[in-house]
Design a protein. Sequence first.
Length: 80
Amino acid sequence: DETLTKHKKALQEIIGKSAEMNKKVPPGVYAEYGFILAREGDAQEAEKYFKLEAQTYPEATPFMEKLVANLKDSEEEDSL
């Protein structure tokens, strides 16, 4: 848990510093942050970061779309 919290904070810092410097976030950072959010149960926020990854790196779109679809499937199963 502590390691995951530190990792999440590091990803947040990378995202924040990239925005401050007006630079592109490195590949995979949005996706990894989204994955952590999904594991924490925040599907809506996770989807946002998966979509940001696809916008920033179009070559990641097929994989990000699969992750979003999996999120939606999980939400549907939870609501049953």
